[in-house]
Structure formats: structure tokens, C-alpha cells
Ligand binder design. Structure first.
Ligand SMILES: *[C@@H]1O[C@H](CO)[C@@H](O)[C@H](O)[C@H]1NC(C)=O
Ligand SMILES: *[C@@H]1O[C@H](CO)[C@@H](O)[C@H](O)[C@H]1NC(C)=O
Ligand SMILES: *[C@@H]1O[C@H](CO)[C@@H](O)[C@H](O)[C@H]1NC(C)=O
Length: 286
């Protein structure tokens, strides 16, 4: 085979493996501004699987351990859930998915792993979704502690098989991607995690900032400082998808926006900026 043939075949294989064609989404509209002044620095969102059009959100560093249920159709806060016992050092992202391989109830997963003042908590809290949208205190049913070489993680994602993933938040955006081991739950010692898989999308900031796997487990969104990227995957291997470039999908930039999440049926996704009365933006399939 001539080297030209080889190069052409190589390019075809590479393109087949890497080009992501995204479905078309609208360019984005605001559903409203967060009405509650206490939810003023949103750093994570995730769609409830139990309550229609409800997103769970939390504040960044500086708040107490609590999450808010927000109406996805008008950005109004419906209820506040205090999480206890738990610590809010620097909550950076949230996800919803099955609690575990043996308990398919719907759980909320909260990632406390920023680098605020260099203290690394590297802790994930897991709690059942509340049974009603009435403000209440919820106790975690799981705590996972880990340790690794990365400076921080701002992204947590859970798939329909209850696999939990985090991505390192690093300058340049090529964060290490980890599927956390199930045995690490409720093991008091941090589990050391490491992988040779790194997020694909280059950035000039510390990225990525947030991600979310669709409830069907075949589409994923990850947000960098200036972009939201999309991947479709069919084999359940989300890390295998994210090592390849994603497709750039619409994103209304503006302000410091640290989060992206799917709607529960994945017919739309949402972004929201940090700040008081921030706009909740939605992008729907065309
Ligand atoms: C989004 O905006 C771009 C640029 O203004 C435009 O070309 C495109 O058609 C819009 N897409 C949709 C789905 O409206
Ligand atoms: C969200 O707001 C809509 C419009 O006001 C309302 O019909 C719906 O009941 C609200 N959802 C929840 C869960 O409060
Ligand atoms: C995390 O690992 C580093 C490097 O091995 C170590 O210095 C540090 O003490 C570990 N942290 C915890 C909480 O175990």
C-alpha cells in the first residue's frame, strides 16, 4: 500500500471516529430570572427524574449545604433542601441518576471539589430525591471520598447504570476523566483514582466546568468557559466518547456560567450564569 493510500485510509478512520454531528437545537431563550435572591451563585444544575420540569441547583463556595428545586419553565424556586450531615466547601456540580447498581431509586449526586483557598475536599454526597417538593432536610445515603493528581473537578455525571464520572478542571481543559469505583462509596478512606483518558476539548481557561449525561445514557453535554459541546454515543462508554472532539452547540454566553444540564427527557438543555437573579436559558431540539 502506498503511503498516500495509507494516509487517506487513516484520515477516513479518524474522521469516522471523531466527527460528531449534533442534532439541531434552538439558539436559546430565557425562561425567566431566578426569583430567589439566596440562589445567587449557581454552579450546578440537574433535572429531577421524579418531578416534571424541575431542576436541582446549588450555589458555589460560600453557601451552606443546601440545594434548591427550581421550576424549569419560569426559573422560580419551589423549595429548598438542607443537606445534613454534609459540608459545603466548594460545591461545583450536581447530577441525578440511579442511586446504585442495586438500588434503582433516583438519587442526587453533589460534587464538593473546588480549589477555594487550596483546600481540596474531594467529596461526593449522594441522597435520595425528596418525595415531595416541600422544603425539608435530607440526609445523604452515601459519601464518596477520592484523591488524585488533578487540581479540582467541576464536572460530575451519572449514567443510567449508576456509574459516576468526574472530569478534572485544569488550565487548558484537558482534564482527567474518571469512572469512580463503586466500592468507594461509604468507605471512610479516600480512594486513589487515575486514568489515561483526558477530555478532548482544548480551552484557554480552567475547564471543563460542568457536564450531564442524558437520562437514556446515549447523549452527553460538557461545558467549557465559552462553549457547550455535544456527543452522541451508543455503547455506554461515555469516557470513550469524550476523548474525541464534540460538536459545538448553541450557548448564550454572558457572565460567569458554570453549568449545563439536560431536561429529564433530553429534549432540551439549560445553562445559567452565576449572579443575582440570573437568567435560566433553554435550548430545545428543532
Ligand atoms: C442561530 O443563529 C444563527 C446565527 O444568527 C443562525 O444562522 C441560525 O439559523 C440560528 N439557528 C436556529 C436553529 O435558529
Ligand atoms: C411550574 O410553573 C408552572 C407555570 O406557572 C406551573 O404550572 C407548574 O405547576 C410549576 N411546577 C411546579 C413543580 O411547581
Ligand atoms: C492525596 O494524595 C496526596 C499525594 O499522594 C497526599 O499528599 C495527600 O495527603 C492525599 N490526601 C488525602 C486526603 O488522603
Amino acid at each position: 500500500m502506498s503511503s498516500l493510500h495509507f494516509i487517506i485510509i487513516y484520515i477516513c478512520i479518524t474522521v469516522a471516529w471523531t466527527v460528531q454531528i449534533a442534532p439541531q437545537f434552538t439558539n436559546g431563550t430565557s425562561v425567566g430570572k431566578i426569583d430567589n435572591a439566596e440562589l445567587n451563585e449557581v454552579s450546578g444544575c440537574a433535572a429531577s427524574r421524579m418531578f416534571k420540569d424541575v431542576l436541582y441547583m446549588h450555589n458555589d463556595h460560600g453557601d451552606r449545604p443546601r440545594i434548591f428545586a427550581v421550576n424549569a419553565t419560569n426559573a422560580m424556586v419551589i423549595a429548598t433542601f438542607e443537606i445534613s450531615p454534609a459540608e459545603h466547601y466548594d460545591w461545583e456540580d450536581i447530577a441525578v441518576g440511579p442511586c446504585s447498581k442495586t438500588d434503582t431509586a433516583s438519587c442526587i449526586f453533589i460534587l464538593d471539589d473546588g480549589t477555594y483557598h487550596g483546600v481540596d475536599k474531594r467529596t461526593i454526597y449522594r441522597l435520595y430525591e425528596p418525595s415531595s417538593l416541600v422544603s425539608q432536610t435530607i440526609a445523604p445515603n452515601g459519601v464518596l471520598k477520592y484523591n488524585w493528581t488533578e487540581r479540582a473537578a467541576d464536572t460530575i455525571m451519572v449514567d443510567p447504570d449508576a456509574n459516576v464520572y468526574i472530569i478534572g478542571n485544569v488550565l487548558g481543559g484537558r482534564g482527567m476523566m474518571i469512572q469512580l469505583p463503586d466500592f468507594a462509596w461509604n468507605n471512610n478512606n479516600p480512594v486513589w483514582v487515575e486514568s489515561g483518558s483526558f477530555f478532548s476539548m482544548y480551552s484557554t481557561h480552567t475547564d471543563p466546568e460542568s457536564g450531564d449525561i442524558s437520562s437514556a445514557g446515549n447523549e452527553v453535554l460538557v461545558k467549557n468557559s465559552g462553549h457547550v459541546y455535544y456527543w452522541k454515543y451508543t455503547d455506554g462508554d461515555v469516557v470513550g466518547a469524550l476523548i474525541h472532539p464534540g460538536a459545538d452547540v448553541p450557548y448564550i454566553a454572558g457572565g460567569l456560567a458554570e453549568t449545563v444540564c439536560w431536561s429529564a427527557d433530553a429534549q432540551a438543555y439549560f445553562t445559567i450564569s452565576e449572579g443575582l437573579h440570573a437568567s435560566l436559558n433553554t435550548y430545545t431540539r428543532v
